[in-house]
Design a protein around this ligand. Sequence first.
Ligand SMILES: Cc1ncc(COP(=O)(O)O)c(C=O)c1O
Length: 395
Amino acid sequence: MSTELSRLANSLTLSPTRTFDKQARELAASGKKVLFFTLGEPDFPTPKNIKRAAFAAIKNDFTHYTPVPGILELRQAICDKFKRDNNLAYSPDQIVVNAGVANSLYLAFNCILNPGDEVVIPVPSWPTVFSQVKTTGAEPVFVQCKEENDFELQFQDVAAAVTPKTKCIVLNSPCNPTGAVIPEKTIKKICELASEKNLWLLSDEIYEKLIYSGKHISPALYHQNTITLHGVSKAYAMTGWRIGYTATPIQLATAITSLQGLAIGNPTSVSQKAALEALNGSQGSVSKMKKEFRNRRDSIVKLINEIPYLRANLPKGAFYAFTNVSNLFGKKTPGGKTLLNSVDVSNYFLNEALVATTPGQPFGSDAHIRFSYACSQEQIIEGMQQLKKAVEKLT
Ligand SMILES: Cc1ncc(COP(=O)(O)O)c(C=O)c1O
């Protein structure tokens, strides 16, 4: 025997979005004033009513183990949310509360996939999705969403990617990193295809509340074997509380509960009480944050398009501007380096303009970089001014 790590452990790296953020944080720690457009997390504090619910939970000693799938009150509140917002009827035994949607995704994939299965993933996509598929031994099959279609997923591309090995189709609307929203007619056709071929649909709806144009439609309305993933991180500025949830047919919910029991026992008790208040309490803070995100989206997209060689579409949802930087490829930096890809451009922007972004390559498009505009208007203005100067220095 040996003390070597497993094949899985040896195949793992830090998530690419975290890698670029880490690099920028190291530069900031050396005393430089770096402007961050990296991580997808709202800069707003968690709303006060939610924090009060968490304080009360601690005060009332709600600090012990809970049922594995989460407390019944919260699972009922999630069912009420689905009925209210999406016209979906779930019972609490179809809901499992997890430690964030990243965890929901991991549990769901591990409960449906076997090595050799194929999973259709529209790209550009959150890289965690395909990295997680690979850890199960299944194969991601990519469907390219094109910029000229506003990154909107096309039904015929999905249909062409389905093979006899396909087990699941992943949907993420609004999408990280493009902000694209899938129209209802496309969702319906994909659901028909999934029903006909007997496939799982996995729908990550974490940005549902952040849609500025277009309408959110849950595929679970049209296809029974849908795994709906949702959570409180983005809409309620609760990224650190780690609460996500799955809504599925009961048999899968039971499997997810068993795997969760092995992996984490239960989601954090105090965070569950906070999430309960997020879903049942006033939704005023969500509309305020959304209004502010829309203003920031309008500013950043306008300012990006004023920078020579950069081009960004107006995203319909989420809080990212996925920006085409391919017109910079071939240009030389003042240090004599030729920019060849999105990683080079991100690195140049970081080192020359102190603007931290995420290259598009890990999301599945090397022609782009991602700006997260979950930051202040002042930072957007200052950052884009610095970028413009950096671009003007290229020859
Ligand atoms: C599409 C998508 N799903 C899920 C998550 C993660 O959500 P959570 O904080 O609940 O793990 C992210 C985070 O960036 C995301 O972009």
